[in-house]
Design a protein around this ligand. Structure first.
Ligand code: SF4
Ligand code: SF4
Length: 188
């Protein structure tokens, strides 16, 4: 499931899942009984996904999105956002591929939501979907082309050198943002 993207609404760090984050301080949504339950459900979901790997290309598509969403800095990961069209219609189909996600809440046709989407525990792969046309294509394959996102146009193809330059810039920017966020409030 995806929601309108607001890149400025939260600070997304490079290697977000590796570096310490702020999940400990965050309040739990009402649908999540405890942090232990949440992590257990996440572990189960990952295990199920891995178990499907020999039979389903979706596991590899999800793995691709997870890795890219976590290792690429914002300036690269959001390169396609300017060309992304359409809005999520909340059909919920993307949260029910292979199995129904434990955080999926179904309140009727086109009225679904993710119980952890607005928390720091939301998977980067869900927050940043779709990353690019390939990501969307791989998902459309699983949901019978029912996802309402699409692309018009594309950014210019990067050479390896341009990619490295952009990546380095992006990492620098993101660490600078992180430093700013973590700096104690100077408050005059
Ligand atoms: S965490 Fe689960 S319910 Fe939430 S957006 Fe991702 S797949 Fe959907
Ligand atoms: S499959 Fe449905 S719920 Fe998922 S992102 Fe696309 S429109 Fe939204």
């Amino acid at each position: 499931m995806s929601e309108p993207n607001q890149p400025g609404s939260r600070v997304l760090h490079v290697f977000n899942n590796i570096l310490a984050n702020t999940t400990e301080a965050a309040e739990l949504p009402p649908e999540v009984p405890s942090r232990r339950w949440m992590y257990w459900q996440m572990t189960l979901a990952v295990t199920k996904k891995v178990a499907h790997a020999p039979f389903s290309i979706h596991t590899w598509a999800a793995l691709r999105r997870t890795v890219l969403a976590n290792i690429l800095p914002d300036n690269i990961v959001y390169r396609y956002k300017a060309y992304q069209r359409g809005e999520c219609n909340r059909c919920g189909l993307c949260c029910k591929i292979q199995f129904q996600c434990p955080f999926f809440v179904d309140e009727g046709p086109f009225n679904t939501h993710c119980s952890i989407y607005t928390t720091p525990s939301a998977p980067q792969a869900c927050l940043k979907f779709p990353l690019d046309p390939m990501d969307l294509r791989l998902l459309q394959r699983e949901v019978g082309n029912a996802c309402t996102f699409y692309y018009e146009g594309a950014p210019q193809t990067l050479s390896i050198l341009e990619f490295v330059k952009l990546y380095t810039q992006g990492v620098r920017q993101q660490f600078a943002k992180r430093k700013l966020k973590e700096a104690p409030d100077s408050g005059d």
